[in-house]
Design a protein around this ligand. Structure first.
Ligand code: NAD
Ligand code: DAU
Length: 343
């Protein structure tokens, strides 16, 4: 491996991964290929500007010609595919872009991987492909029962990856990551939204009763897990990648407020997300057998994350003052007004 195409590398996890890879492997070149949707942001990669091993190409993973060109221009030998529409709530409002990028785009990348005989394609997937689990933990062989258009499109992508391995012998690996938090997360997800809202003393719109459970994973641990599977994973294999930090949303919300010395009165219970999965939980025995374990404690990593958003207002204030406002209004306007009426 030498020239790694990181699709979606201008997003949250992708940009953290590029930084991680360049730091750990001095011999690698990282070619970020990103459409720069609302979630893609060159500021996420600003500190890499003059590193001679980092290249940026703006492009869409579902555009065959552009993908072909970047593969040739940079002699790509491996692909790590982060590029996706990633937010569940947006997939409920408008699923089309999710099918186009997450499913069709992945198919285009798989074809390019075949055509250019690359060494390995790593598909970055999610625990949401399993659906919800009341008790116990999902294992890699369990059935896929996605419940949101986002989860369904990620499951569709994964099935294509599987099919290309089985049919064409393509060297693929998949990681199913759990809920990730840390620096550079677009402020639409619960962690980044609630931290930045709390800084401004704005309400934290908690869906339903807040008892849904997610397994929290610090972004550095997500990156190291992908690194291990990219280098050590068995071809054709899927790996669960979870932090082992199951918490209800209400607990996470209260932790954020406690770390920020803000009152719990900022929490506003709003209308629930349709089809809201109650609980995700992953059995990560397989990945642990490759020697990977998360090294960041949940509370310490959350504290670090809160500090990062406090110290980097330049990064998120810009985002929140732009097109984000319209989205926020559409997603939360009625919900917050209805809650105010109830109280
Ligand atoms: P993100 O929304 O922050 O970033 C997505 C990136 O993909 C953006 O830079 C965007 O511009 C780019 N992109 C979107 N459509 C594209 C297209 N057609 N062509 C090229 N680039 C395109 O997402 P994230 O939270 O960093 O997630 C990255 C990946 O990890 C996704 O595949 C997601 O499904 C998966 N994942 C995320 C989490 C999480 O908690 N955030 C957990 C598990 C798995
Ligand atoms: O599990 C992995 C997945 O985690 C990734 O595949 C997705 O890309 C990522 O967006 C994330 O999905 P979730 O839907 O779990 O994340 P989100 O931050 O949107 O929501 C986390 C929980 O918080 C969920 O139970 C819904 C709740 N929530 C979310 C928001 C945005 C709220 O209560 N209020 C909110 O405003």
């Amino acid at each position: 491996m030498k020239n790694i195409l990181v699709t979606g590398g201008a997003g949250f996890i992708g940009s953290n991964f590029v930084r991680y890879l360049l730091r750990k492997y001095p011999q690698y070149n990282c070619i970020v290929y990103d459409k720069l949707t609302y979630a893609g942001n060159m500021d996420n990669l600003r500190d890499l500007g003059d590193d001679p091993r980092y290249f940026f190409v703006r492009g869409d993973i579902s555009d065959r010609e552009e993908v072909d060109k970047v593969m040739v221009d940079h002699s790509i030998d491996s692909i790590v595919n982060f590029a996706a529409e990633s937010h569940v709530d947006r997939s409920i409002i408008d699923p089309d872009a999710f099918v186009q990028t997450d499913v069709v785009g992945t198919c285009v990348l798989l074809d390019a991987a075949r055509k250019h005989s690359i060494e390995r394609l790593h598909q970055v997937s999610t625990d949401e492909v399993y659906g919800s689990i009341e008790k116990g933990m999902f294992k890699e062989g369990d059935s896929l029962e996605p419940n949101s258009p986002y989860a369904a499109s990620k499951a569709g992508a994964e099935l294509l990856v599987r099919a290309y391995h089985e049919t064409y012998g393509l060297n693929t690996v998949v990681t199913r990551g759990s809920n990730t938090f840390g620096p550079y997360q677009y402020p639409e997800k619960i962690a980044s939204l609630f931290i930045t809202n709390a800084i401004d003393d704005h309400p934290l719109p908690l869906y339903g009763d807040g008892t849904q459970v997610r397994d929290w994973l610090y972004v550095e641990d997500h990156c190291s897990g992908i690194d291990v599977v990219l280098h050590e994973g068995q071809a054709g294999q899927v790996y669960n990648l979870g932090g082992g930090n199951e918490r209800t949303n209400i607990i996470v919300t209260k932790l954020i407020l406690e770390l920020m010395h803000k009152p719990e009165s900022l929490i506003v219970s709003v209308q629930d997300r349709p089809g809201h999965d109650r609980r995700y939980a992953l059995d990560c025995t397989l990945l642990h057998s490759l020697g990977w374990h998360p090294v960041h404690s949940f509370e310490d990593a959350f504290e670090k994350t809160v500090s990062w958003y406090r110290e980097n207002e330049w990064w998120w204030r810009d985002i929140k003052s732009g097109a984000f406002k319209e989205y926020y209004q559409q997603q939360y306007g009625d919900r917050l007004r209805a809650s105010a009426g109830v109280r």
